[in-house]
Design a protein around this ligand. Sequence first.
Ligand code: ADP
Length: 758
Amino acid sequence: MRQKSSKSHLSHQLLLGFGISLATVGLTTLGLNYFLIQSKLEKELEQRAQSITQGVGFSAEGLIELGNTSIIKRVVQNYATLPTVVEVAIVSPNRETLARSGSALRNPPYASIHPELTQVLEEASQTGLETSFRTTIDGKPALVAILPFSSTLFGLADRRGLAIAILDAEELQQQAWQTFSTSTFTLLIGMAAILALMTVMIQRVVLHPLQSLNKAVTDRNGLDHFIIPSGLPNNEIQFLAQTIQSAATCVETYQQELRQQAQDLEKAIQELQQAKEVAEAANRSKSTFLANMNHELRTPLNGILGYAQILQRDGATTTKQLKGLGVIQQCGSHLLTLINDILDLSKLEVQKMELYPEDFHLANFLACTVDICGVKAEQKSVEFHYQPAANLPIAVYADDKRLRQVLLNLLSNAVKFTDFGTVTFRVERVGEAPEPDAVQRIRFQIQDTGIGIAPEKLGKIFLPFEQAGNRDRNSEGTGLGLAISQQIIEKMGSTIQVESVLGQGSIFSFELDLIPAADWIVGQAIAQCLKGRIANQKVIGYQGDQRKILAIDDREENRLVVVNMLEPLGFQVAEAGDGQTGLDLAIQMRPDLIITDVCMSIMDGLEMTRRLRQFTDFATTPIIASSATLSQVDIQSSLDAGCSSFFPKPIEFTGLLAELQRLLNLQWIYETELEATQPTVSNADEVARIMVPPAAELAALYAAAQGGFITDIQQEANRLKQLSSEYTVFANRVLELSQQFDDEGILRLIEPQCPKPL
Ligand code: ADP
């Protein structure tokens, strides 16, 4: 649309331009022409007037001298018949009219006939100069020519006779105007012809070729496949068409290149997407593989480590063999740490590691963590300073196990990479004192005066398998600790920061927003006390009537765990393989407590709970939901369905007992001192040989066992073994129990030497 209007503009503009310039030239020519015609006619009129005055003058002069004045009258009359002549007259020096055309009067003074000429006549008579001028006679434009002549007859020296001719100037103007009109008309016709000719020329030579060029472009919607239209004049337009064609060729080439590039790009994106999907699938399979391999690797490792320990305790083992077994055990333990770390990392990579926050006593938690590392620092003669701020919250809500894992990693790194000087652990609140229940930002900072980290390595230490120092020192680690710690802290909503100067030391720190646990003292403290007491003393039964427990789980091994945990304590345990059977069995046997799995095929645990709660008899029966999926959503939906509490799998024995005690209001019967000394291990001789290390050496082991940190327990046991050969049997027993994840057994073993917790 816009193109069309611009096209019509072009032709209009050209014609308008031509029209204006033609009109300007024409009008100027006309004006000039009019002026020239007029001045030419005026000149002609003047010449005519002069020739009349001269003719009349000469004739008058001769005739006066001859004394034949009557002929003068005829002469004058003759001249007066010439065209445009209004009047011819002869005036004597004394101003009398000797002859005047069209008049019979002979002697009246001429000035009385034409008073307006009086002055001019006087001057001409006196000066003797010929003159002609335009004036108005009787209200009409006229040209007056005066020729003075002398005649001796007049006898007047200073005054002359005058020959006067008056011509009609109006006629002159009419003639001029006629000529002008004719030439104007001719000019206009000429101009119109020129304009028409120009229009045709412009159309043919410029506009039509341009239009066909334009059509050639617009018909093809751009420059694609542009072909030069035929019949273009061989001039600039032809050149323009060729330029357009070469531009079109260029554009087409570029377009082809662009299309090719776009195709390449799309292909690359697709390949990248495929590669990403492959990588993600590979990553998922890697994680699944690692999770499976973790189990598969642990089993043979159990054999290796177990038999290394059995052989270490064998009296027939020689010192040389003992040394070799020590190496096997150390390598095995290292491998086990590596497996644990890799599993943690793979869980973090696929976002499967979840946090399980609970209320815990912050000061106890920190003291326990510090104990473990303090012992290591002491062994290396490195000063260890623990500086907790006084205004820390008493208890907080967080995942204590993961937080401990991070702190132990940072603290043990600090001790590991420091040979002289100090390791300082500061815990303080950041910012002003908030409201009592408000979130508090706590800063954890571990500073050491150790070997430090080179600036170029600082960015890499949080990457898996990156170790900054030399190989000797790194042989103890896996290079995974910081990668795992960083991801855990990121999950908690923060990041670990590091500042380090090579040769001077490092500062690792992070800040966490922790929610104070307000009702910790009332609720959780009781549960933790219960758990602590149960953990410290072996429960062998409970007081009162036998209690009936229904275990519902679609996996037999899970049911067996509950049965084997609880039956020896005197509970009557019934089993059901799905929710429906569980429901029927519950109605039939009326258990005192139900432990149910959540996800089951026929009827899940939540549906079973909902239905059971509809019976008034089961309105208050304690139902524990026990699941291996531990997301907050699962926990909440269990409680919403009517479960009394949620208990995670794998089931922790002491925790389960504490929960039973709480829900069934039980009084436990504990193993007496005497019974406790009765060896539970089969080999009584071995028990007799057990030499337990002093309390000071057992602090870290005790803390690790309390926290359930198997890797730390094993490290401590190995350390004790190296401390003295007397502790080998004790350490091996600890290692054996740790292989079975029996922290309870370990606690019982070391309890006589250790301070009571909490
Ligand atoms: P590792 O098991 O090797 O300790 P980490 O992931 O915990 O693995 O640490 C990675 C590397 O970062 C270490 O090998 C060490 O080179 C460096 N590093 C960590 N902490 C410190 C520290 N406090 N001082 C010096 N170097 C450190």
